[in-house]
Design a protein. Structure first.
Length: 295
């Protein structure tokens, strides 16, 4: 596998990409790079004013559209508004360890936004997808577990980082089961996932406690900027990697070039992935399109 960098990016003229959370951080970098290499890029953002501001700082064929992943009605409206083939779907937007909150549909905010919103969006767009779906996870998935008895943290004391870990593990399980289903129906679409390593984005907000603040300063000192963090996502989107791959920066402290990397045992559990898929279908009211072979 050859090393991936911006200089190795192909011409993407004639392709359309949808990038969630494209107004800031990793999503903004990915949108800018894809557009600069010829792709038509749909910036799927919760705040269209911020999306338009981000688009003005880019060059290329850009389209800003409203998408609130914490509201399934918004997800459906966005998907219904996409009436063209989509080559690349980058499920990038996400939250990291906010206080306990609920989506418009009553789901715990991180699980509902990071996983369920993207799950619904992907299934709704699948009939128009042609190349690849990339879902951004995190090394934090290794601390996660799927508690089917309390997915929405209604019975347990809320722990923000544990909820984050659950949502990021869900991202990887979703990718694995999606790719299995795509392969089963003979689709040419691949599902991959990626993590940016230690990337300094707007997710890294300073916590309030002294010990946590010290750890946060150390973390951000080691982190690379969003430009480097986005390389793993872009490689997962257009690189020569197998379906189901998990891509991240290789090397010490995750500071190397993007490569296929390992994941936790739970993230490789096919039975767990299928169970989560079934539950996610019920919660979102969306499903893998029967009789449609995307790609």
């Amino acid at each position: 596998m050859t090393s991936f960098s911006l200089s190795s990016m192909p011409d993407l003229s004639g392709r359309t990409a949808v990038v969630t959370g494209a107004n800031s951080g990793l999503g903004r970098v990915c949108a800018r790079v894809l557009a600069a290499h010829g792709a038509r890029v749909v910036l799927a953002v919760r705040d269209p004013t911020k999306g338009a501001e981000a688009a003005r700082a880019m060059s290329g064929d850009l389209d800003v559209r409203t998408l609130d992943l914490a509201d399934l009605a918004s997800v459906r409206a966005f998907a219904e508004g996409i009436d063209e083939p989509v080559d690349l779907l980058l499920n990038n937007a996400g939250l990291m360890a906010p206080p306990l909150g609920r989506t418009a549909d009553g789901f715990e905010l991180q699980f509902g936004t990071n996983h369920l919103g993207h799950f619904a969006l992907t299934n709704l767009l699948l009939p128009r997808l042609r190349k690849r779906v990339v879902t951004v996870s995190s090394t934090g998935h290794r601390t996660g577990s799927i508690d089917f008895s309390d997915l929405n943290w209604e019975r347990r004391p809320y722990r923000a980082m544990a909820a984050y870990g659950q949502s990021k593990l869900a991202n990887l399980l979703f990718t694995a089961e999606l790719d299995r289903r795509l392969t089963e129906v003979g689709s040419q679409v691949r599902a991959t996932s990626a993590h940016p390593g230690l990337a300094a984005t707007n997710l890294l907000r300073a916590p309030s406690g002294r010990r946590e603040a010290l750890g946060h300063r150390l973390f951000t000192a080691l982190a690379r900027d969003a430009e480097h963090g986005a390389m793993s996502i872009l490689f997962a989107a257009i690189g020569d990697v197998p379906g189901g791959s998990y891509v991240g920066p290789a090397g010490v402290l995750q500071r190397g070039a993007p490569a296929v990397v390992g994941r936790s045992r739970a993230a490789r559990d096919g039975d767990l992935a299928r169970r989560l898929w079934d539950v996610s279908e019920r919660l979102t009211g969306t499903s893998f399109p029967v009789g449609v072979v995307p790609g």
